[in-house]
Design a protein around this ligand. Structure first.
Ligand code: CA
Length: 221
């Protein structure tokens, strides 16, 4: 899952980026409204954290532009403390949730996780496919109840497929959603990650759909 953070306070922005990366997300950080708007319109994100008070273009305008462009990714807006009118304006402009500063990072992560889950149509943060279980809260993966250790990139790939269970996901889509923009992307590495995940979780867990991509099916479904 890939996230865009648009936040102009350098310390807060960097801290959020590090926290989100440690929680298993690919993260891009933008520090002004113009650049943030550009990234949101041109890259592929599963959710966006958007500060409202931004240089160049303010957050509400950015959000309004994205929605007018038809972009539907979930957006969590960061507002000033007690800025109730900001919250109302944010929700009216198409925000899915908001959080007032200062906030606990844990709450932000939990809210973001819920937004991503709802956007992909999952009711629980425990995702399952056959004997494989992925807990998006703890980042743990188990096979028949036994913990399985995945690398950060393997986890990101599996998590994306599990959030989109039953759908065919192309290699390009996977690349767009598991790497941040600074990453040196190589589509061949996707095949390598899939091979490693199959070794750890079983060959049948991810199906290759020739010429289209990959699909994760639930054998019990
Ligand atoms: Ca700000």
């Amino acid at each position: 899952m890939r996230i865009l953070i648009v936040e102009d306070e350098p310390t807060l922005g960097q801290q959020l980026k590090t926290t989100m990366e440690n929680a298993g997300y690919a993260v891009d950080l933008s520090t002004d409204g113009e650049d943030g708007h550009f990234l949101g319109s041109n890259e592929s994100y599963d959710a966006v954290i958007l500060d409202l008070g931004l240089p160049k273009v303010d957050g509400l305008t950015v959000l309004d532009r994205w929605r007018k462009e038809g972009l539907k990714f979930p957006v969590l807006v960061l507002t000033a403390r007690d800025g109730w009118s900001d919250k109302v304006a944010g929700l009216d402009a198409g925000a899915d949730d908001y959080l007032a500063k200062p906030f606990q990072t844990e709450e932000l992560i939990a809210r973001l996780r819920a937004l991503i889950r709802r956007a992909s149509g999952n009711a629980s943060s425990e995702l399952t496919a056959g004997a494989v279980r992925l807990d998006a809260r703890s980042g743990r993966v188990t096979l028949d109840g036994s913990p399985v250790k995945l690398t950060a990139q393997e986890y990101k790939l599996l998590s994306y497929l599990m959030h989109h269970k039953g759908k065919v996901v192309s290699r390009t889509e996977l690349i767009e959603h598991i790497y941040d923009q600074d990453f040196d992307r190589d589509s061949n590495t996707i095949e390598v990650f899939v091979t490693r995940i199959r070794k750890k979780l079983g060959q049948e867990v991810i199906s290759t759909i020739r010429g289209l991509g990959y699909s994760l099916e639930d054998p019990q479904a």
